[in-house]
Design a protein around this ligand. Structure first.
Ligand code: SAM
Ligand code: SF4
Length: 339
């Protein structure tokens, strides 16, 4: 029996009945930025030999797609520092069952890469932009030449037809929380979808504390000081709340309320780390090394069974951790798994 039919009858489901449809695929743990809230001062890099090759990634993706995982988001570290990442996009886009490929990037190399990515089959892109003030932005990301390059990358992404183009802004009290309305204004002017993300305790520098968390509710109140907004129905499995500005512009705002109002109950994501570990959830402490099987001639069926049993162990989610007060900083630094 072919892997496709063997697996397709059995979708990837966890012990709570949640079915995996989306893959967050980290293609590298390396990054050319040092964002305060992500990168440790002295990161320990995964040795290159441990990073999955494109062939290995594509094999895992084929197996996952045969189990119904159809939407892939490339992340990192910084996915655009992975050499020839557009080749990876091209390979994955041809995998039967894969419907969309998107990417979350810091945008630094997007100006030069956007056209090739689009041509290779990338559908959409989310670019992280945490401040509209050049100096502040460059301080946050730890790189002096970044702001104008990232803005060019955003424009290029729109110009080559990646769609939608979204912006990720991690909101941190005392850092950039005075810019919420400026970001909304940018969304109105440009058609970019702004996504405000609650600060999560994954920062490599241990800066996170509850006082620095600006909740989704606060972000919404801030927006309501200036705009009338309406909440749209939440898509199944979505991590975010979506609001529309009621002014005829059609401006959409996403708010990722992972810390104050997580949506674990219908979560449909599975994660693969750059070194080939299945990570059932961003907040999981456990991971499952699929690379060992890949490099030891395991069959597709064996790998599918391994992934299925790993996913079955996916815990209820951050909801329960938060309820029990268990979330501690540094479960794993964000750059090793992607947001
Ligand atoms: N390097 C790419 C980037 O920055 O867009 C992709 C990887 S990054 C880890 C994925 C997303 O996680 C980015 O939007 C980033 O801003 C966000 N992120 C990083 N650290 C975070 C934290 N501690 N809390 C919330 N979001 C975080
Ligand atoms: Fe790099 Fe993205 Fe982490 Fe910033 S958030 S250090 S750009 S991986």
């Amino acid at each position: 029996m072919s892997g496709y039919f063997y697996s397709h009858r059995m979708q990837l489901v966890d012990s709570f009945g949640r079915v995996a449809r989306k893959l967050r695929l980290s293609v590298t743990d390396r990054c050319n930025f040092k964002c305060d809230f992500c990168m440790p001062l002295k990161p320990t890099w995964i040795p290159s030999s441990e990073i999955l090759t494109f062939d290995e990634i594509s094999r895992v993706v084929k197996i996952l797609a045969s189990m119904g995982v159809s939407k892939i988001r490339l992340t990192g570290g910084e996915p655009l520092v992975r050499r020839e990442i557009e080749k990876c996009v091209k390979i994955l886009k041809k995998v039967p069952g894969v419907e969309t490929i998107s990417m979350t990037t810091n945008g630094y190399f997007l100006d030069e890469k956007a056209a090739a990515l689009k041509e290779s089959g990338l559908d959409s892109v989310t670019i992280s932009l945490h401040s509209l003030k050049p100096e502040r932005y460059e301080q946050i990301v730890g790189r002096k030449d970044a702001f104008s390059k990232v803005l060019s990358g955003i424009k290029r992404a729109q110009a080559v037809g990646l769609s939608p183009v979204k912006l990720n802004c991690v909101v941190i009290r005392g850092c950039n929380d005075d810019e919420i309305l400026d970001f909304v204004e940018l969304g109105r002017e440009t058609g970019l979808v702004v996504r405000f993300i609650e600060y999560m305790p994954f920062d490599g520098k241990n800066m996170w504390n509850p006082d620095r968390l600006v909740t989704g509710a606060e972000i919404i109140s801030k927006i309501e000081e200036k705009y009338r907004i309406e909440r749209l129905p939440r898509e199944h499995g979505s991590t975010s709340l979506t609001y529309r500005i009621i002014d005829g512009s059609g401006t959409l705002i996403n708010i990722i309320t992972t810390m104050s109002q997580p949506f674990c109950r219908d979560c449909d994501r599975i994660r693969l780390s750059a070194d080939g570990k299945i990570v059932p959830c961003l907040f999981s402490r456990d991971d499952y090394d699929v690379k060992k099987l890949l490099r030891n001639n395991a069959s597709d069926e064996e790998i599918a069974d391994f992934i299925r049993s790993a996913f079955m162990k996916k815990f209820a989610g951050v909801e329960t951790l938060l309820k029990n007060g268990e979330v501690e900083p540094l479960i794993r630094p964000m750059h090793t798994i992607g947001g």
